[in-house]
Design a protein around this ligand. Sequence first.
Ligand code: PLP
Length: 380
Amino acid sequence: MYYKTISFIKALYGNSRFVPLSAPCFIGNEKKYLNECIDTTFVSSVGKFVDRFEEDMARYTGARKAVVCVSGTNALHMALMSVGVERDDEVLTQALTFIATCNAISYIGAHPVFVDVDKSTMGLSPDALKEWLVKNAVIRNGQCHNKISGRRIKACVPMHTFGHPVRIEEIANICAEYHIELVEDAAESIGSKYKGKHTGLFGKVGALSFNGNKTITTGGGGMLLFMDDELGTLAKHLTTQAKVPHRWEFKHDHIGYNYRMPNINAALGCAQLEHLDEFVADKRATAATYADFFQNVDDIVFFTEPDNCFSNYWLNAVILKDRNAQQTFLQETNDNGVMTRPIWELMNRLPMFEKCEHDGLENTIWFAERVVNIPSSVRL
Ligand SMILES: Cc1ncc(COP(=O)(O)O)c(C=O)c1O
């Protein structure tokens, strides 16, 4: 049934027998920088690439301070802690996300509350957010509380799904009105911008991921982007075991975390970042090719970047007619060497989060039944 689409994707990726969803691309200084780490023995917590990667990323994104972490998940954990999320707080987020968003909230002992996504972005909807807050929130002593549960609502975590920016300005305004901290899960959106500003910079902190399937990779890794120097400096301290600087003494002034990215991973990151703009341009060209092709395919819609946005098109997505069509498409593509994947199981359907409050999630469920990600690797 989807023979034409399968042939098109295979041809786009050089007619290889198996087309992965998102493979890394190493075309620059990766080997040189990795060899330098090995030759100098600086493969671990000491070495010049960690500082350089942070500086390069701050410059690239426009963040005031960038702090590298071992993963995007622990960058999110640290981001939530750095804005003061505590045990038993509530955190507003989307059910249509990768599990890491909710895991990070849970590490603190806070509770996710799920609000719906937008049809135009696939990310958290400012309309749904406002509606939920009008119904459920009350401000007491300058802090937002859930009228029913009584818990403090401390933060909101929108996620830029597949690299497409959410309507982040409106979300930021609503958060400000309700005294809620905005933490962006920008794990998928390196290189993506909203009205020309890099994602992750609209609240006090955002988190990126450099997992192997992302637009650039460090093997495993993440990055915190801060617009507040002081918070950034504190996060750097906490991610490095809260060690008080001294040439030989081991003194620590907080419960810290071993979340520091090793030099060998940062070396890979520096080399990858040198080609990020090329990778994004290539991914956008692939997306444009897909968009053209799917215009002439019945019952499949290619998802394009929302208004005001420059998307990295991390993972291309198509929308099938219904759940049956989605399942058939998944079966046929995967049977024929084209790797495709459905959207993640919704968070509110997982046993750990099935009791969490939500707003009905109409659009979220609509997408879950129809979306399929199709091959999106850089083709350089
Ligand atoms: C939306 C989202 N949040 C968080 C993460 C976590 O990143 P990591 O795998 O680097 O821990 C990922 C990706 O892996 C993600 O897609």
